[in-house]
Design a protein around this ligand. Sequence first.
Ligand code: PLP
Length: 429
Amino acid sequence: MTELAVNGGSQVWSGGWPAWPSQTPATTENVLRCLASHRWAISGPRLEDPGFEERFAQKFADFLGLEYCVPTANGSSGLVIALEALDIGIGDEVIVPGLTWVASASTVMAVNALPVVVDVDGRTMCIDPEAVRAAIGPRTRAVNVVHLYNNVCDLTALRELCRRHGLALIEDCAQAHGAAWEGRKVGGWGDIGAFSMQQTKLLTAGEGGAATTRDEALYRRMYQLRSDGRSRVQVPRPGEMELSMLGEVMGSNYCMSELSAAVLLAQLQELPRQNTHRAANAQRLDALLEQLPGVAPVQALPQVTERTHYYYTFRIDPAAFADHTAPTIAAALRAETGAQFHPVYPPLSRHPLLRPGSKRRYQGIQNLRSMEKAHLPEAERAHRECVTLHHSALLAEPERMQVIADAIEKVQRHADRLVAIPDSGRSPL
Ligand SMILES: *Cc1c(COP(=O)(O)O)cnc(C)c1O
């Protein structure tokens, strides 16, 4: 226990962590039923009963407490149809947070609009409403906010800001399935919510996504936008096609497979219990980490009535870790525990995957280089100071949270023996 595992010493814990995704008997049963039905996509002839995709859409909308859900192939295509449904395109600007997955910017570029990158709130790491306000200009059409890691954006301030300036609000809920703000789940606070059901997310089919709304007209557009312009027939008859060629708006194929929907329908049954289990362990972890000097769990705003934990997050004071920063501490914690500790994303302005110059397709978007000049002091600070832990570890037994606290304590005690890991972001151009 005296040498750090990252330097060849023994681990604080080597007993493993719950596997993710969580396979269940109902998941197997649904997949087998789907395979045997010979209907593997919504473009197959209608069966007697509603398909998995239709049932999942209904169940997920019910879970979120909103009217409409359009399942998509992945979260990115959910964001694309959200932007297209709002008719955002060339010459338009969409404000996005400086700390997020690259899809927040790449999907805006996919509709030929300019992502305007703004800083986050240092308390929550979510987009800072004041920074949004300062970035609004004559070309701004929408604000795409991300409920990041285990937090929810200040939806009250952002909604009011968007209302006052006539802007659309898109909620990227890829990391927050089931989180609630003032008693109402995220995904229905803005004009459109977008979810990802990719492998690592709180609800997953490996790949998958959804766009949600309370607005019937936006729903109608989004349905067609992801189905090559087709829509569902009014009264589907067994043996006949469920999609008809409506074509009110030109679409693409971003449909979710019936197999993915079959998996999601079963996984959705587990989500409330898993969210509760994760939240209880997160609270235990909060209490343990608050006792360590130079370590502080990231708090949620008081309006967050249900907190989800895609990644549990805590801030370290480098001074309490021999001046090492989050990327180095996270690697040491991974070695000590085998759990998925990571630093937060590199700021979008120097994200290694944001390469607007690498495709000719983006040349028509004016001022793209402005993304690299974004002033993001809080996102930079978060990248230095914030460590994240994937939610699969929170599905462990309650006692296991002590292992995590012990590992942080050990890394802190021997921090002078750590070798610094280079920053994962690229330098600004
Ligand atoms: C995962 C994620 C996406 C993209 O989802 P995919 O399903 O991978 O396309 C978008 N935004 C955020 C914040 C994400 O975490």
